[in-house]
Design a protein around this ligand. Structure first.
Ligand SMILES: Nc1ncnc2c1ncn2[C@@H]1O[C@H](COP(=O)(O)OP(=O)(O)O)[C@@H](O)[C@H]1O
Ligand SMILES: [Mg+2]
Length: 239
């Protein structure tokens, strides 16, 4: 099933009298359970595309269908509803509430969704267990390591059972060993049937994905299935 269907989208930013063509003409389909990395040099349009995919912004022209629903001209309110229900975000800087413990951080999207106290507690505890943090539920972000903080953020992204996980440089603030552990966690999440879209400028991070889309000057330069890929235990396997 197609989750994302983008047809000829462009995004133009008006800066004074100058027009910046951040995305020129991008068409793209992403199916359920794909694992896609979006790569490209600085200024190529990665963040702009990420904002479109994540329903944080709408294109200047072109069409974006999310699960067959046209989101390209939706109001900010309707976009927010789609985001809360359908998209799990993971950021480079974790973006956790500093005064709340891990459990409350993970519960938060369920509070917004209006879930009852007991249901959301159970769901949040399960999500934290799924990322290996059962013994850290009542730790605040500053009582956790960087890798653990990112695991909390991943649990928060997964707790609503979203249609896609959007991760923007998720290992950017982690040392390489911890980064690898987080990438292994993404493998497990993907193996459970989730759809993952990862933005990175690191080749070795992108190679964890099964498909790499390369942007240049607001256009897709290359879109291909990765032949070399990692197995869930971290070895490289041939296709
Ligand atoms: N809010 C904005 N206003 C004006 N120009 C922008 C804005 N955001 C991005 N741009 C421009 O759009 C182009 C693509 O930017 P971006 O999507 O951030 O690229 P990347 O994430 O690949 O570095 C760049 O030339 C950038 O300067
Ligand atoms: Mg960027």
């Amino acid at each position: 099933m197609n989750i994302i269907d983008i047809e000829h989208i462009a995004k133009i930013y008006q800066v004074g009298t100058e027009e910046v063509h951040a995305l020129q003409d991008v068409s793209l389909r992403i199916d359920k359970n794909e694992y896609v990395a979006i790569m490209g040099p600085s200024g190529s349009g990665k963040s702009t595309l990420m904002n479109m995919l994540g329903c944080l912004d709408t294109p200047t022209s072109g069409k974006y269908l999310f699960k067959s629903e046209n989101v390209s001209q939706m109001s900010d309110n309707d976009l927010a509803t789609i985001r809360n229900r359908e998209i799990g975000f993971v950021f480079q800087t974790f973006n956790l509430l500093p005064r709340s413990d891990a459990l409350h951080n993970v519960e938060l999207p369920l509070i917004y969704a209006g879930m009852s106290y007991l249901d959301r507690k159970e769901r949040a505890e399960q999500a934290l267990a799924d990322v290996g943090l059962s013994d850290r539920m009542h730790h605040k972000p500053n009582e956790l390591s960087g890798g653990q903080r990112q695991r909390v953020a991943i649990a928060r992204a997964l707790v609503t059972k979203p249609s896609i996980i959007l991760a923007d440089e998720p290992t950017g603030n982690l040392d390489s060993k911890t980064g690898e552990e987080i990438m292994q966690l993404f493998h497990e999440i993907h193996a459970k049937g989730n759809t993952i879209i990862l933005v990175t400028h690191e080749e070795y991070i992108a190679e964890h994905a099964l498909r790499i889309i390369r942007l240049k000057d607001g256009l897709i330069e290359n879109d291909e299935v990765v032949s070399k890929r990692y197995t869930p235990n971290g070895n490289i396997a041939a296709e």
